[in-house]
Design a protein around this ligand. Sequence first.
Ligand SMILES: Cc1cc2nc3c(=O)[nH]c(=O)nc-3n(C[C@H](O)[C@H](O)[C@H](O)COP(=O)(O)OP(=O)(O)OC[C@H]3O[C@@H](n4cnc5c(N)ncnc54)[C@H](O)[C@@H]3O)c2cc1C
Length: 390
Amino acid sequence: MTPLFDRIDAVPPLSEQERQLLDSVRALAADEIAPRAAQYDRAGEFPWENIQAINALGLNAMFVPEEYGGAGLSYAAYLACVREISAACASTGIIWATNFHASKPLIDFGSEEQKRRLLPRVAEGALCALAITEPDAGSDATGMRTRFTPDGDMVVVDGGKIFITSGDVADLILLFGKWAELPDGRGAITALVLEKDTAGLRVLRTEEKLGHRASSTAALAFDGCRVPRANLLGAPGDGLRQLLAALNKSRPSVAAHALGIARAAFGDAVAYINERRQSGRRIVEFQGIQFLLADLATDLAMCEAWLWHVAGLVDAGESDIGPEASMLKMRASDLAMRAATEAVQLYGGYGYIADNRVERLLRDAKITQIWEGTNQLHRQLIGRSFIARK
Ligand SMILES: Cc1cc2nc3c(=O)[nH]c(=O)nc-3n(C[C@H](O)[C@H](O)[C@H](O)COP(=O)(O)OP(=O)(O)OC[C@H]3O[C@@H](n4cnc5c(N)ncnc54)[C@H](O)[C@@H]3O)c2cc1C
């Protein structure tokens, strides 16, 4: 078979240490995470064994800087690991990636004292959650109502969040709300770190879902939670800037996650149609099927090349990558959905049966078009970037 994907995988300029780590992640994904994925999905159970295995490998450390107990590896290496884990189990992939999404603002905007206090915990394997969405603030997060009211050395948090990945199990929650002393609006958005077991933090429910059934998605309530002011990220009102910067790093990450699903679906489909025979021929020998494969493989190759382009920008220190990140997130997630749908089609009736992984991949793919900004929103962001500033 063509080595084209092997050649694309060789594109990111990973160090020897990063290549070795990626090999270990591949082995972990193949030997432990993938074999457990179907059972966790079916039971809708949080994949604790996978998280323990990830922590045994010390994977959180790769995105934490060395001076705070991490290994400080490249963003490209991180994305490559997200893709591998997500191909094996999309739920485990998003749980691990969320640790990065929630701790990146702390790495970029936290004070020295906060980083010394909190990041070693992340490096050692703490679970993290990023809490933005509220019932009336989805695509437009600026409508959030969660309130932060200062009270001496403490900040009192009131409000609630919905759809928070790992919200019920997280050790640290990076929480966005509005500073009560500032006029309501985007200028009031502020971020702080809320720690597990804070009095007044309640898990209202975890959602039953179509896919990502092993990843928990929680509705949270904050009833007068008292958080030390020392956990405030930057100054009151800095939140929107921090949020937008955080999304520029998390969107390529959810794209890598979606590409893991797309790769898995494409791989499963190709393997299946090389074996399955009808009318005396292998399915892959029918020209109509080859055209379908050609289109999928081409789009996958282009999208993966763009993934490494964006990774290269980030590793070179470029932070103003909003349109590039949106393009990547939008294309990768649309491709995950298309590849998974076509994989089910290529399996015929067997694709609809839960015994085959493509059935799960199809269910897991859908949310990638919705979270981290729906794809409609990304089209707007990309289009808007061409409006000349006058
Ligand atoms: C499984 C899961 C996990 C999640 N994890 C997290 C998490 O960890 N942290 C977190 O904060 N959030 C999380 N979310 C929330 C997710 O990011 C939101 O669901 C998403 O941003 C969309 O918001 P909404 O659901 O309120 O949809 P809405 O904003 O109500 O959108 C509804 C529809 O209207 C469209 N629409 C909205 N505005 C426009 C517009 N201006 N132009 C055109 N179309 C528009 C949307 O594209 C969509 O199709 C998660 C959600 C799910 C389901």
